[in-house]
Design a protein around this ligand. Structure first.
Ligand code: PA5
Length: 446
């Protein structure tokens, strides 16, 4: 079984014709991706990544995960952007929502740091790590990103103070470039176990490298199933699959048709709170890949039914510049039945004997009808259930569609020049050596 893209409610009248006329551009984009002769073509390592992960690589990751599992109750994965969101998305989707309240853990609890510069966040993290057996996975492709470097400096010191420098080395794993960057230098100098992020895989496309796979394995999830799912999708969205049968091509084409028709915002919707961070990963993937040259759909997200009581009003009735892509999960992992109540004071006996998910599914259907009636095109991605295997499919599906979509739009989906502006200003304001001229210039603006 595979995830399924349903666009019946996306394009309205003349849907078939619209799609067919968009097909050649999508097909060209696929050809360009596979030939490797388009913009950003030195970052196409993700394209055949799932099918090229070797047994040795997987066992090496599993062995490193075991080393941390054997020693730690908590492992902090340090990273930001693409070095953070993939693992966070998969772990939130697979884990018990209340995992942090559970006293008995079968695998280390994976926490995150380096994804912000919150002083209180770091203080509180340091506080809960006191007197706990913890380890660190430090992830930075460039090896020079400020946020994770700062968090690592703090937590490395804490770990060394708690267990000594020698034992700390057994509990720190670095994932970075093969030769460049401060983290590579530091890891080599300290003698940490390291994993390499391939040169040709950009951060936001790196969840199926050790960047995502190691934290996911540490938390006790099956990375082989995740990769297997991605391989299945790599085949389903392959170069020679006809356009209408290639879900990544159809998704990319549909969202670009909508964009051209004035739908400038795509809202990724879930009806399952476990997918909240999957949407965060998706937002980075599409936002950072397409938002450039003053172009690009703005990727937004909502959690329903929660946000039906907040953003629902805007979506139903606000400016008609949006469309929705719904992540629809067919089968729940657990069963909760609604009990009958003799007095029926809450008036809910009409639901007695039904599963909670039946109510959720009717909320989903009702919302779809209401939003389509209200002028919001609706795409649906049906996911059989939330497992490693289907998450792997979903990840590759969105990556492939992102590459295609970026090329349809005409941008380089694999760079992120806009991210540098804030860094330059921050360094200038902080007086980083080498930024003297920028410091002077920015101070004049204040
Ligand atoms: O997708 C990207 O390239 C970025 O979001 C990076 O992942 C992010 O900036 C972190 O970079 P690095 O891994 O070099 O620390």
């Amino acid at each position: 079984e595979t995830i399924n893209l349903n666009i019946e409610k996306a394009l309205g009248k003349g849907a078939k014709e619209q799609l067919l006329s968009a097909a050649p551009k999508a097909e060209d984009a696929i050809k360009t991706l596979h030939k490797g002769n388009g913009k950003g073509n030195d970052f196409l390592g993700w394209l055949h990544l799932p099918s090229s992960i070797s047994e040795t690589e997987l066992s090496d990751i599993e062995a490193a995960a075991k080393q941390l599992k054997d020693r730690c109750e908590i492992v902090v994965a340090i990273g930001i952007g693409g070095s953070y969101l993939g693992a966070k998305a998969v772990l939130e989707a697979l884990s018990n929502t209340f995992i942090q309240m559970q006293t008995k853990q079968s695998a280390p609890l994976v926490l995150f740091a380096g994804q912000n510069i919150g002083e209180d966040y770091l203080y509180e993290l340091q506080h809960i790590l006191q007197n706990r057996q913890f380890g660190l996975i430090n992830i930075s492709k460039s090896g020079t990103t400020t946020e994770p470097a700062l968090a690592f400096r703090l937590l490395k010191k804490q770990l060394e103070d708690q267990v000594g420098k020698n034992e700390a080395k057994n509990r720190i794993i670095a994932i970075t470039d093969a030769s460049k960057g401060a983290l590579r230098k530091l890891a080599d100098k300290e003698g940490y176990k390291t994993f390499i992020i391939p040169d040709n895989v950009g951060g936001r496309f790196s969840v199926l490298t050790p960047v995502g796979l190691l934290p996911i394995a540490v938390a006790g999830y099956d990375i082989r199933q995740l990769v297997k799912g991605a391989v299945a999708m790599e085949n389903k969205c392959g170069e020679n699959v006809p356009f209408t049968e290639n879900p990544a091509a159809v998704y990319a084409a549909t969202r670009n048709i909508l964009y051209k028709a004035g739908k400038k915002i795509e809202i990724l919707v879930n009806f399952n709170p476990k997918l909240h961070f999957f949407a965060e990963w998706w937002k980075q993937l599409y936002g950072e890949s397409e938002g450039k040259d003053h172009l690009g759909i703005y990727p937004a997200s909502v959690d329903f039914t929660t946000d039906l009581h907040s953003m629902g009003q805007w979506i139903q009735d606000g400016e008609r510049t949006i469309f929705e892509t719904v992540l629809s999960v067919k089968k729940m992992k657990y069963k909760v039945e609604i009990p009958a109540d003799e007095e029926n004071l809450d008036g809910l006996n009409f639901l007695a004997g039904k599963r909670v998910d039946e109510v959720n599914k009717m909320a989903e259907l009702g919302t779809q009808i209401a939003h389509v009636d209200g002028g919001v095109p609706n795409l649906k991605i049906e996911i059989p259930e939330i497992t490693e295997y289907y998450l792997g499919q979903l990840i590759y599906f969105f990556e492939k569609a992102c590459g295609i979509s970026g090329y349809i739009l005409g941008v380089n989906p694999f760079d992120q020049p806009g991210v540098e502006a804030y860094k330059k200003n921050m360094f200038a304001l902080l007086g980083k050596p080498g930024y003297e001229a920028e410091t002077k210039a920015i101070k004049a603006k204040l």
